[in-house]
Design a protein around this ligand. Structure first.
Ligand code: ADP
Length: 266
């Protein structure tokens, strides 16, 4: 059984006057422990896709299965990590990390111990009583990831989680987040506009077309023998893969231009 399965998923946003087709016949699966990246042109429907998996949005048609059960509403089996860490400045790091379980009313002594173990295991113990503004950008993202893991979701949804960081920090945080996700044996779905980031982290990369997004291709990276995203970037295959994916994404733009050229001149 696949941990996550999308079957012919369509999503149209309706307003009083407009309708926007965001996703069209999106069909793919994710296996347990896989790291999947989703790339596609800006505005094609990547965030929409994650919102559907989390149950925040319902498909207009099609079905989504998580752990064999159909997603019919917001479910606690997924954890969301965003570009901005959304740590509450008035809560210390430990209190921030405990928040999800507090909201879910699941802060049992066992869960509390599990959180303290995670805090210790991933080097946040010395910051447990610090407030978010006292941490570096990289440490804040690590705290945000541990907060996401605290509720023990089976699938992590990462929406441009490194987008707000400068390039050097981004490379290190990418390694950090990757190693924690692998150690915790979580399944991850990463939305990124950065092809390098996708190749350096993912087992498979789902390439989406321009809106309405369809699955254009699924690319297997086969870089599992490299231990970290940084070392993957050193692989001889890395730039070949970059070129291939870049071309596929760029084909999209060629298509757009052709369509634009054939449109009537106003
Ligand atoms: P991406 O994450 O790939 O940049 P999004 O999933 O955010 O794209 O958006 C896909 C398309 O759906 C865009 O054209 C966007 O303007 C539109 N869209 C997103 N959210 C809404 C909404 N709540 N109502 C109407 N249209 C939306």
């Amino acid at each position: 059984m696949h941990i996550l399965e999308l079957k012919n998923v369509n999503l149209t946003y309706y307003s009083k006057t407009t309708e926007t087709n965001a996703l069209k016949d999106v069909d793919f699966f994710v296996d347990e422990g896989e790291f999947i990246a989703i790339v596609g042109p800006s505005g094609c429907g990547k965030t929409t896709l994650l919102s559907l998996v989390s149950g925040i949005l319902k498909p207009t048609s099609g079905r989504i299965f998580l752990n064999g059960k159909e997603v019919t509403g917001v479910n606690e089996d997924v954890g969301y990590m965003l570009q901005h860490d959304h740590l509450f400045e008035w809560r210390n790091i430990r209190q921030n990390i405990r928040l999800g379980l507090e909201i879910q009313k699941k802060l049992t002594p066992e869960n509390s111990d599990r959180i303290d173990d995670l805090i210790e295991k991933y080097g946040l113990k010395e910051f447990a009583k610090s407030f978010p503004h006292q941490l570096s950008g990289g440490m804040r993202q690590r705290a945000a990831l541990i907060r996401t893991l605290a509720t023990n979701p089976s699938v992590l949804l990462l929406d441009e989680p490194f987008g707000a960081l400068d390039f050097q920090t981004r490379l290190n945080v990418c390694d950090d987040v990757y190693s924690i996700i692998k150690k915790e044996q979580k399944t991850a779905l990463l939305v990124t506009h950065d092809i390098n980031e996708a190749i350096s982290m993912a087992d498979r990369i789902i390439i989406l077309s321009k809106r309405p997004a369809t699955v254009k291709n699924i690319h297997v990276t086969n870089l599992g023998t490299y231990s970290s995203p940084l070392s993957r970037r050193e692989s001889p295959d890395f730039s070949k893969q970059f070129e291939k994916i870049w071309k596929e994404l760029n084909d999209n733009e060629t298509q757009t231009r052709v369509i634009d050229q054939s449109a009537p001149i106003p």
